[in-house]
Design a protein around this ligand. Structure first.
Ligand code: NAP
Length: 498
């Protein structure tokens, strides 16, 4: 992590009055923090605060401000079920998504609950007091009966070994730490990586930069992405609630439909068909450049790493001032040297090297019953029930937790937010002090998930889905409908209230 980029804490009011109800801390003010806040309000659990280390809300949509950043899930599906928005295009830009999140916070009166510049470092359960003591980076503490972690899993940037950002003589930054004052115009730009972030930034950089060099360790599958600017008529139509919902449903069914035949299963017919289509797209797009076909044709099965959606990357790489170079061997005070020993003179180097996704909650210490530390319990293999809760950690919930990542991201997040709020509301109604997942439910759930993942394409190559041991810890291998059903139907049998 680039140390200088950590936000300094500011003294903000961090405690709540117990007489106003169950005190709940939401850690993280991004899309999942907003969902958690809304569902708590809906469940009449109104005594909560949202702690956000940054100075603004939005989480990943605040951090990832690099040129070309946009959502690659259709906006009507990438919307909260409780708040519509006048999207200008099918795939909104980072700025548009951020505006939507800000508007949601304001429309639902949530801003007063946000505590910006408040970095939570730990939450420790007391069995005696039946609450968590939450500690902040500035040394202060506050007590809460429940904690909901909304820190996301794509938030801690990967800085590869051999790369010393601070020592590099030019400008160097990670895509998720984009300096607001940086301009790529007329510059010699290097982009390290070929994932979703790199594929978005390269075409934008190529429009203005003197040169763009992509440092590729391995190529990724790219699927065509057809953005569409909505006409005034379409936008008016989507103002109507049912039309908006119908559009979102259509996009949702597109994902659910694509899951039929299990595209993630190694060797499945649908996986092979999708690979054939992606390869045809690559060969068609690069018909004039057989040299690039060779360089950009992946050797892993489609979906083994998250496939990238782009309509302009292949066009961008064919421009004369765009080049593909081998991976970076080292980058320090001496400059940037690739793995073939070539030195590259660059004014700006962008690390599109992704996030340590499998290392869940890496910046948050969570201590449960009997002093058990969550990271010790996980021993490098994060697991949870519905990506939400872990036995031995009462009143603690996660959104976007282990094995809940899926294409219908926001839908899953909302299922988890509603699940957490419902569990806590049931506990209050029952007059209990704790709600916790049963060990049997947790074990059964994770056995089924891992069995399903055993023969998946995810196990065939290096990706951010796997823990160091090789266990796939990020992906949800079933349909989103099944996730929804489980969050609704299993609460009584899987959670115990004391
Ligand atoms: P990523 O998919 O993890 O890609 C990281 C890239 O960096 C890969 O090409 C990887 O190469 C390369 N890399 C990592 N370590 C390296 C090293 N030591 N040396 C050389 N290359 C290295 O990261 P990302 O592109 O930031 O995307 C992460 C996720 O964020 C996406 O999958 C998506 O879920 C989300 N995202 C979404 C959007 C959106 O449109 N909504 C946009 C951006 C990101 P290898 O492939 O060889 O490992």
């Amino acid at each position: 992590m680039h140390e200088g980029l950590v936000q300094a804490d500011r003294p903000v009011d961090i405690s709540l009055d117990r007489s106003a109800g169950l005190r709940i801390a939401i850690v993280g003010g991004g899309i999942s923090g907003i969902a958690a806040a809304w569902y708590l309000k809906r469940a009449k659990l109104d005594n909560f605060l949202v702690f956000e280390s940054s100075s603004e809300p939005g989480g990943t949509w605040h951090d990832n401000r690099y040129p070309g950043a946009e959502v690659d899930i259709a906006c009507h599906l990438y919307s909260f079920s409780f708040n519509r928005y006048d999207w200008t295009q099918r795939f909104g830009s980072q700025a548009e998504v951020k505006r939507y999140l800000e508007k949601t916070i304001d429309e639902f009166g949530l801003r007063s609950r946000f505590r910006f510049g408040a970095t939570v470092v730990s939450a420790a359960w007391s069995d005696e007091k039946k609450l968590y003591t939450v500690s902040f980076a500035d040394g202060r503490t506050a007590e809460f009966e429940a904690v909901i972690s909304c820190v996301g899993f794509l938030s801690v940037p990967v800085i590869p070994p051999g790369i010393d950002l601070a020592a590099y003589p030019g400008i160097a930054c990670h895509t998720a730490r984009w300096p607001d004052d940086i301009s790529l115009a007329g510059k010699r730009v290097g982009v390290i990586g070929t994932g979703s972030s790199a594929v978005q930034i390269v075409p934008e950089a190529a429009k203005v930069a003197k040169s763009v060099t992509i440092f590729q360790r391995s190529p990724n599958w790219i699927l065509p992405k057809k953005n569409r600017i909505f006409t005034a008529r379409q936008r008016t139509r989507y103002q109507t609630s049912w039309q908006y919902r119908f559009k979102a449903l259509k996009e949702f069914l597109r994902y659910e439909w694509a899951r039929i035949g299990r595209p993630e299963r190694l060797g499945s017919k649908i996986n092979r068909r999708m690979r054939t289509a992606a390869e045809a797209y690559l060969r068609r797009s690069l018909a004039e450049r057989p040299d690039l076909v060779e360089k950009l044709l992946p050797d892993h099965p489609l979906g083994a790493k998250r496939a990238v959606a782009s309509g302009d990357f292949y066009a961008a790489v064919q421009q004369p001032h765009v080049a593909i170079a081998p991976a970076v061997a080292r980058m320090d005070a001496d400059g940037l040297i690739d793995e073939e020993g070539n030195r590259h003179e660059l004014d700006v180097v962008v690390l599109a090297t992704g996030f340590s996704a499998a290392d869940y909650l890496s910046r948050l210490e969570v201590v449960g019953r009997n002093g058990a530390d969550l990271h010790t319990v996980w021993s490098g293999e994060p697991a949870a029930f519905l990506g939400s809760c872990v036995p031995g950690f009462p009143n603690f919930f996660m959104l976007d937790g282990p094995n809940s990542n899926s294409g219908t991201l926001l839908f899953i997040l909302e299922c988890q937010a509603r699940f957490a709020a419902d569990c806590l509301a049931a506990m209050v109604r029952a007059g209990g002090a704790t709600v916790e997942v049963r060990r049997s439910a947790f074990d059964g759930f994770n056995r089924r998930v891992q069995e399903r993942l055993e023969k998946s394409v995810y196990k065939t190559t290096r990706n951010y889905y796997a823990a160091a041991s090789g266990r796939i810890v990020t992906q949800w291998p079933f349909s989103a409908t099944r996730f929804w059903w489980m969050t609704r139907a299993t609460r009584r049998s899987s959670m115990k209230i004391d």
